[in-house]
Design a protein around this ligand. Sequence first.
Ligand code: SAH
Length: 224
Amino acid sequence: MRIDIISCVPRLLDSYFDHSILKRAKDAGLAEVVIHDLRDYSENKHRQVDDYAFGGGAGMVLGIEPIARCIRHLQSFRTYEEIIYMTPDGDVFDQKTANRLSMTKNLIILCGHYKGIDERVRQVFITKEISIGDYVLSGGELPAAVISDAIIRLIPGVLNDETSALTDSFQDNLLAPPVYTRPAQFEGIKVPDVLLSGHEKKINDWRLEQSIKRTQERRPDLLK
Ligand code: SAH
């Protein structure tokens, strides 16, 4: 899988993708994230990519021309299943969307900045608009990193234990059960006996029971 991220502050993204699970995915040839500097597609001598909003008001707007050039350049090499714009008014991202996007081959993610992007980019190029929650950030870079992480860790082989992503929260609409590690006792607080029993069926039953209980308590909406 390949994800192309378009940003006017690409350096915000470097360190994230050079570490963590995403680096492993890249080294193993399972997923590649390529970051593009929108300013490379500006024809302005100051490499400007934003301009004043028509009609006035505070805040600059990313213009359509550099974005169009960048997207068309990428499309000349391969076909993209989705061209995603990160935006607070998009569909709120969830595990189902992560699952679906993890099965695609090529994605573009466009990060906005300032007041946002010229509306015509959304009309002409964007096939999917995603929000990471009901709050406003200064740029689409963190949101792009958030969804890339959620997508890439689902690709088979990226996580060490292949089944590990399947037992995370939201797969099967359940929250994950509690987990423990050594020591078995800390200041009198003990790990549940069943986890030390070595009895696989009992452990699995306990985990499922705890998942259901936790989901009922914290997120009953998921059980509907
Ligand atoms: N004026 C816009 C917000 C612009 S914030 C509005 O009120 O809707 C600048 C950029 O940050 C956006 O273009 C978008 O790419 C990104 N961004 C901010 N909050 C986001 C969120 N919750 N989810 C996804 N992207 C977000």
